[in-house]
Design a protein around this ligand. Structure first.
Ligand code: ATP
Ligand code: MG
Ligand code: MG
Length: 382
């Protein structure tokens, strides 16, 4: 079988490797951590910094196909890997999605709507854009943000707050974008897969609930009308095709009370909101990604059961482990919990440590249990 090189050793790489081993592939991972979640399950791990060119060359030598599990791949390393190995996803999609302005322009070029936005170069420009959009609005760094890091919600819009927001995000040295705040009713995401032969398929849309900007729940089927779900899938497919994507592309969207969809951001990789597919879909997002990058026929994407995915953060790990040891009479009959833990040693608060897929005949039943469970007591407002 072939060897797949994975740039990045996090949980996405780990679940990719677990899925891929069942398909007969071998895995090599490159990550600075000596005991990374992916390195633990890979056949070989290269422990080095992501910008270490010699290590990247070693990864290229060992791999028949290379993929990445995060967006911030160094441009020089990406180029080297493309020259010395096979990177079916290419580097263009990565380049586009690494930067919020490039990403928004690409989404618009695909004919998909985004929230009104403006490139912010200085405080004067921020002042002007805030007066145009009104408050609240969201200032974001163009590069490097995740889990709400690199964002500032401007609420009052007075001079002091603008200066604070601009300084907090490193304005002047970092590139910034201001977005109008969308008063969404729900957040949805659709993960589409596309293969080099041009086959494109989208998984059923997930409804996502965030707490403190970190994904808490994905609910599938999403609680929205059939027409909305169809439009969401079509948007994701259109974006994947327009961007000439290979592999997975996750499309995050806002749904307003009027039924409008706005694309928030993209991720050219497996996505947290797609973990529900592991047991609830005919094909998991990880298998689908491998099928796509290896130019195999894509797998079917039908939903086998309703499901609620709940994230296990650092503060939830001990309660989950305690809970696993006991029979839980509060778990509704018919809700089947599938627990995934990523092998991370340090259970820091807010760190993604695992997730649980609650397979159910009725998502409300599973949601009710999550709300009542002491494990997620800290999420109650979510
Ligand atoms: P991720 O971890 O998903 O990569 P991120 O740090 O890149 O997150 P975004 O997805 O842009 O950030 O924003 C995080 C969350 O903040 C969104 O899921 C949404 O709940 C809220 N948010 C972001 N932008 C807006 C907006 N323009 N209007 C309303 N809410 C927003
Ligand atoms: Mg993001
Ligand atoms: Mg996001």
């Amino acid at each position: 079988g072939s060897t797949i090189g994975v740039l990045g050793g996090g949980q996405l790489g780990r679940m990719l490797a677990i899925a891929g081993r069942n398909m007969g592939y071998r895995f090599v991972t490159l990550d600075p951590g000596a005991d990374s979640p992916c390195g633990q399950v890979a056949d070989k791990q290269i422990v080095a910094a992501f910008d270490d060119v010699a290590a990247a060359r070693q990864l290229a030598e060992l791999s028949d196909v290379i993929t990445y599990e995060f967006e911030n791949v160094n441009a020089e390393v990406a180029k080297l890997l493309q020259e010395e190995s096979y990177v079916p996803q290419g580097s263009r999609l990565l380049y586009t999605t690494q930067h919020r302005l490039r990403e928004k322009r690409a989404i618009e070029a695909a004919g998909a709507p985004v929230a009104p936005y403006a490139e912010i170069r200085d405080l004067e420009g921020l002042r002007e854009a805030v007066s145009r959009f009104g408050t609240p609005c969201v200032l974001k760094t163009c590069m490097g943000g995740y889990d709400g890091k690199g964002q500032f919600v401007i609420r009052r819009g007075d001079e002091a707050e603008l200066a604070e927001a601009f300084a907090a995000l490193g304005g002047g040295s970092a590139e910034l974008v201001l977005e109008q705040f969308i008063r969404f009713e729900r957040e949805l995401s659709v993960i589409a897969a596309r293969s080099p032969r041009g086959e494109t398929r989208a998984f059923p849309p997930a409804e996502n609930v965030h707490v403190d900007n970190i994904l808490h729940l994905s609910i599938v089927p999403a609680r929205a009308g059939a027409d909305v779900l169809k439009r969401a899938e079509e948007l994701a497919v259109r974006i994947a095709e327009s961007l000439d994507a290979v592999g997975l592309i996750a499309v995050e969207m806002f749904l307003t009370a009027e039924g409008e969809l706005y694309v928030n951001e993209l991720a050219p990789r497996p996505h947290n909101s797609g973990h529900y597919t592991m047991e609830a879909c005919e094909t998991s997002q990880f298998e689908q990604h491998l099928r796509a990058i290896c130019n195999l026929p894509l797998g079917p994407v039908g939903l086998l059961t309703q499901v609620v995915m709940v994230n296990v953060l650092g503060q939830h790990v001990q309660p989950v482990l305690d809970w696993l040891r006991e029979d839980d009479p509060s778990l509704p009959e018919g809700v089947v919990p599938k627990v995934h833990l990523y092998g991370k040693a340090e259970a820091k608060a807010q760190r993604k440590m695992g997730h649980i897929n609650l397979l159910t005949a009725d998502t409300e039943q599973a949601l009710e249990w999550v709300r009542r469970s002491p494990i997620w007591r800290d999420r109650e407002r979510g």
